[in-house]
Design a protein around this ligand. Structure first.
Ligand SMILES: NC(=O)c1ccc[n+]([C@@H]2O[C@H](COP(=O)([O-])OP(=O)(O)OC[C@H]3O[C@@H](n4cnc5c(N)ncnc54)[C@H](OP(=O)(O)O)[C@@H]3O)[C@@H](O)[C@H]2O)c1
Length: 325
């Protein structure tokens, strides 16, 4: 099959190439997916660049996320799954068979049925972002009737955090850096969109949240936003932080104590298996209910894998997909 791959860390244009490799066969408990679109996340270029290195077993086909159709199943998997449309998550975690190729193999639970109503583009966008958003939103219990603040609501994680929070029955406030992103966040269904770069952002969030304050925060930039978060949260609120910043933030311990805040850190690679399975079920249910939508899509052919990863690293607005076929 044709596959993008790398066998050492480095800049995209130096280490990524497209080559012929043997088509993988599904092992016990695995399915093989004919990939129609491969979704790129920041973790993919960070791994390839060596910033967050993961062991390379000979070579690595990049990308965790994708969508396609199951065309072969391994021992112990229901043969009826062959022909099923699926979205794929975490394909490259502990495996050389990422989704930037014509085929990928994954444990069967990492290939989740994709309803006919959902596009391939949406399916390929879900994995890492939607599951991360789910973990940040729900690790501390249901959010029905609660007020949730999503930092960076036009980002991939932020987008699904807005949509999953609305589907979960929350009021949703989100922050963005400008009008283009404000439009995307509003389209995702946020009840209030605030430009965090403009003066008065905390006041706008507070007045919308009311006296009770914000119950839960999904945070992409803890150091930059902790001041705002502490200014708007309810006593005992949870802040779930899923992204690292260039420098470790200083923690204002007294202010955190005053707020009785709970800081939760989320890294998908260490989320318990039962929580991942629950996230997959809940994301599938939200999909079936029509509650999830795709961000604007930027497509690259497989041969332009390096340009595609560079576009993500440069902060492309929307979702960058690689099309293997
Ligand atoms: N822990 C995990 O398991 C996990 C899982 C997924 C992603 N991540 C990490 O999370 C980060 C985001 O991933 P992504 O896929 O959502 O990326 P993305 O699609 O590029 O979105 C990032 C968003 O964050 C916004 N942002 C940056 N600084 C902000 C600030 N101070 N306040 C509010 N918003 C801010 C950006 O917009 P503006 O700069 O225009 O505001 C952008 O819309 C990446 O670093 C990624 O590696 C971690």
């Amino acid at each position: 099959m044709r596959a993008a791959l790398y066998d050492r860390y480095g800049p995209a244009s130096e280490v990524l190439r497209v080559d012929d490799v043997e088509t993988p066969q599904p092992g016990p408990g695995q399915v093989r997916v004919k990939i129609e679109a491969s979704g790129i996340n920041p973790t993919d270029w960070k791994s390839r660049g060596g910033m967050t290195p993961r062991t390379i077993a000979g070579f690595q086909v990049p990308h965790h996320d994708g969508a396609g159709v199951i065309d072969a199943v391994g021992e112990g998997v229901d043969p009826g799954r062959a022909g099923q449309r699926v979205w794929v998550m975490m394909a490259a975690a502990g495996s050389p068979w990422g989704t930037a190729a014509e085929w990928s193999v994954v444990p069967q639970e990492q290939a989740v049925p994709l309803p006919d109503s959902a596009s391939v583009e949406l399916g390929a966008s879900l994995g890492v972002p939607a599951v991360t958003a789910h973990r940040c939103l729900f690790a501390d219990g249901p959010i029905e009737g609660k007020t949730v603040l999503v930092a960076g609501g036009a980002g991939a994680v932020g987008h699904f955090a807005i949509e999953l929070a609305k589907h979960g029955g929350a009021r949703v406030i989100t922050t963005v850096s400008g009008p283009e992103k404000a439009e995307l966040a509003a389209k995702a269904g946020a009840d209030l969109v605030v430009n965090y770069r403009e003066p008065g952002a905390p006041d706008k969030v507070r007045s919308f949240a009311g006296d009770a304050g914000v119950d839960r925060v999904v945070e992409v930039a803890l150091g930059a936003n902790l001041g705002l978060d502490l200014a708007v949260i309810a006593p005992g609120a949870q802040i779930a932080c899923y992204a690292a910043e260039p420098a470790d933030p200083a923690l204002p311990v007294r202010a955190c104590m005053n707020a009785n805040v709970m800081l939760r850190f989320v890294l998908l690679y260490g989320v318990p298996r039962d929580a991942l399975a629950q996230a997959a079920r809940d994301v599938a249910a939200a999909l079936a209910a029509g509650a999830l939508t795709e961000l604007p899509v930027i497509r690259f052919p497989l041969e332009q894998i390096a340009a595609a990863q560079d576009a993500v690293e440069a902060g492309a607005v929307g979702k960058v997909l690689v099309i293997p076929g």
